[in-house]
Design a protein around this ligand. Structure first.
Ligand SMILES: CC(C)(COP(=O)(O)OP(=O)(O)OC[C@H]1O[C@@H](n2cnc3c(N)ncnc32)[C@H](O)[C@@H]1OP(=O)(O)O)[C@@H](O)C(=O)NCCC(=O)NCCS
Length: 173
């Protein structure tokens, strides 16, 4: 499969969703997705409840150098206009190691979408030579800690910040 080809997945409630790489023209849709997140989900994703991502950050989020990372979006089915309902990304921080983040729209959470999106991210990251995903998670973010634990990630304390934990993929050296 080509890296940009949309992949169809089916959520637990039977709804079909398309997962594809993010594109430069997704900026407005991505901003709208972040705005629609609940304050809690936004805080878990960004460690702050800021509603708007700056134009510079938005530009960076939709233009991912394929040699430096992978960014995926999931699109709502049968909506009048394309709508992002989930986003996941990883960006290389050290050789073969990338930092990841994910968010699923509140109304689509707990339907298996996050799992399918992160599994797709892991597969595509592996194809680009990334060998390890690492993520910083707020210690109070139990949904995310459960979520990554279920996917086999290792969780350890963060020596630099007691309010967060570090999750990493099992293939970590
Ligand atoms: C964490 C998150 C990505 C999970 O996405 P999701 O689509 O809801 O996840 P899934 O439906 O695939 O859930 C898989 C498993 O994760 C765990 N899980 C997910 N949400 C949970 C919750 N609210 N409470 C407890 N466990 C939860 C469960 O074990 C679940 O399996 P189950 O539903 O069979 O019990 C989503 O809750 C989210 O976007 N949160 C806000 C943003 C965020 O925290 N991002 C992380 C910052 S890096």
């Amino acid at each position: 499969m080509e890296i940009d080809e949309a992949q169809r997945v089916v959520m637990r409630d039977g709804t079909e969703v398309a997962i594809r790489s993010i594109r430069a023209e997704d900026a407005a849709m991505l901003q709208a997705f972040f705005r629609r997140l609940s304050a809690r989900s936004r805080r878990f994703r960004f460690f702050s409840a800021t509603v708007d991502v700056s134009p510079q950050d938005l530009n960076r989020l939709v233009r991912v150098d394929p040699c430096r990372g992978v960014a995926l979006v999931a699109l709502a089915p049968r909506s009048a206009q394309p709508t992002i309902i989930a986003e996941a990304r990883c960006v290389v921080d050290r050789e073969s190691s990338a930092e990841f983040a994910i968010a699923v729209a509140d109304e689509f959470q707990r339907k298996g979408l996050g799992t399918m999106l992160l599994e797709t991210l892991l597969a595509r990251a592996a194809r680009t030579g990334i060998r390890r995903l690492v993520g910083e998670i707020l210690a109070e973010n139990y949904p995310m800690l459960n979520f990554v634990r279920r996917l086999g990630f290792r969780i350890r304390t963060n020596a630099l910040d007691a309010t967060t934990l570090i999750a990493s993929t099992p293939m970590a050296p």
